[in-house]
Design a protein around this ligand. Sequence first.
Ligand SMILES: [Zn+2]
Length: 401
Amino acid sequence: MDTTSAIAFRSAVTPGEVLGLFRHVPGGLTKADVVRHTGLSRTTVNQRIDGLLTAGLLIPAPEDARTRGRPAGQFVVNRERGVLLVADVGATGLRTGLCDLGGTVRLEREAVADVTTGPDAVLSLIDGLFVDMLTEAGHTAADVLGVGIDVPGPVDFTSGRVVSPPIMTGWDRYDIPGWFTSRYDCPVVVDKDVNAMALAEHRLRYPDVAHLLMVKAGTGIGTGLIASGQIHRGADGAAGDVGHIQVTVDDVDAPPLCRCGNAGCVEAYAGGWALVRDLQAEGRDVTTVNDVVRLVRSGDLVAVRLARRAARILGGAIADAVNMFNPRVIAIGGQLAHTDEQLFAGIREVVYRRSLPLATRNLQIVRSELDPLAGILGLAQLLVDGIYAPQRVQELIDRAG
Ligand SMILES: [Zn+2]
């Protein structure tokens, strides 16, 4: 680095970047550490840290950390500077969480909710739970630094609007961020459920795995991609929609209709809703995806046969994704992941048979251990990233100053 670019680099180290240094160091850093990491002068480091302290974003490291032989004068990120509110919206139920600025879930709530009742009903229910959690935690709306919502449908991430969702009646292009910004003075992030789940698996379970595929096999079927450590949403937010890839199945004359309006989609055979339909046609007493899971686990022969077929069809779509994308880990979550061996054995068999040896040599196909919390944990991670964005940190410093 020549002198000119060194100077440019030094002046470019923003308070946000200084704060970012602290993010992954639980024990904290001293001012001297920051000087060493950034090349900034001691005066500038003092200024940056003072700003971060005034804004409450950094705090002196607690006593107990110092008594374990660490040098005095350490600072750590203030995880209690505010709270994050998140909601993971499914087809038939939702889960909300109140998180600290480290992304740890402090409180959570669950509710039964039919997403087809529309945005007003569902978002009002979510906000009721948000207010309830804030009250329990002793916070107010003013402490909320981020709101994150995920939904079971395609999302235009830039505008936060759901676009032509097959199962979310009444939600098309609805302004979800606008609904919350009238209540909370903070950024609102909306994403597809399985993207949030993929981010949680990557950050919290497989931080060293840069390429990960998350599969949600629930009422519908969706996948989220982590590529080079980032959520890959594609050009329009439509990446990973394997549930609506059309497949040919040998023993079927007329391909079944899908919720998206086409026929013969992966989801129309292997989604939870399709299994409910097929089991009802076979005279079984099922109405929900959980009923399907119970029937498969009880060993009902028809249910097991249909679950195995669903696994092979889903496995075929995943095999194509593996050839296209070469992930190191495939994490499978959603209610159907609880049918256990039927699903996993079927998927593994097809993926290893149909994918290229180079792509499967180090491939792991695992159950999501974070499910059913993966959605809210991933949203919290997204919001935490936003808090550490240089512009946002500057805003918080300006407000405090
Ligand atoms: Zn479809």
